[in-house]
Design a protein around this ligand. Structure first.
Ligand code: ATP
Ligand code: MG
Length: 245
């Protein structure tokens, strides 16, 4: 394992990554870089390979080829649970929370899973409730009784328990009412402004170009077909990338 950290190096460098399910290669030679204080949106049709790419980057799926560097360190061979304490956290598709546990219990599991010391639980919870006041108000309610937007906040809050530098978020707006989409996006923008490097899988192209994304990557049939600063792109450009194959 080599460590070669430069001050202005990207927080995450994904180089020519391919990911396969058996013989089916779902992502081909994908490369991306995430910088501190930026949001990169990963867009593409259903089945394009967005979730597969994120799963490969965070180590849940093995890479067929390519490499992943996190904060300058090659973590390609590091298992997912070893990437979390090194600064990478992921919010998986579909609001993954423990529905029968309370909000507080879900967050405590996040803290334990991220090896936060017991003596720091109270201050860590207070910090999370400060960020998401609604979770503080509902701390003793079952996660199943939260709205979809609140469950998504709980999933993000759990991922933040490890104080990641790099956050991968898979379609947090999926199935949410527009008002909750705004709340989730505002939360991600705040994290970006605090210096986090964020990869956001998102299907809402207009919202992506309307402000939240600094860079946009289009994935189509497992291949990156477009990668540019959001400011350089129109909705039509992105649509052409999405429907190019
Ligand atoms: N567990 C699996 N086993 C085999 N093939 C899979 C598996 N998961 C996904 N695939 C296939 O890999 C390809 C990419 O799927 P993936 O879920 O990464 O797409 P996606 O861009 O995240 O789509 P969506 O927008 O619907 O979430 C698809 O062809 C899909 O059928
Ligand atoms: Mg997906």
């Amino acid at each position: 394992m080599t460590v070669d950290k430069h001050v202005d190096a990207p927080e995450l460098e994904v180089d020519s990554v391919s990911v396969a399910y058996g013989d089916l290669v779902a992502v081909w030679d994908a490369s991306l870089e995430l910088r501190a204080g930026s949001i990169t949106a990963l867009v593409g049709r259903n089945g394009a390979g967005k979730t597969t790419l994120i799963s490969g980057v965070c180590g849940l799926l093995p890479l067929r080829s390519g490499s992943v560097r996190l904060l300058g360190e090659d973590v390609t061979e590091v298992p997912p649970w070893g990437r979390v304490p090194r600064g990478m956290s992921a919010v998986q598709e579909g609001k993954r929370v423990f529905r029968d546990l309370t909000v507080r219990e879900n967050l405590l599991l996040g803290l334990r899973g991220n090896r936060v010391k017991r003596a720091q639980f109270d201050s860590a919870l207070a910090e999370l409730y400060d960020r998401f006041p609604i979770l503080g108000e509902r701390r003793d309610q079952r996660a199943a009784d939260l709205s979809g937007g609140q469950q998504q906040m709980l999933a993000i809050g759990t991922a933040l328990a490890s104080r990641p530098k790099v956050l991968l978020v898979d379609e947090p707006s999926s199935g949410l009412a527009p008002v909750f989409v705004d709340v989730v996006f505002e939360c991600l923008e705040r994290l970006r402004d605090e210096g986090m490097a964020i990869l956001l899988v998102e299907q809402l192209v207009e919202e992506v170009l309307g402000g939240i994304a600094d860079e946009v990557i289009v994935l189509e049939r497992g291949r990156v077909t477009l990668r540019d600063a959001a400011a350089n792109l129109s909705v039509d450009d992105v649509a052409r990338g999405i429907y190019s194959s």
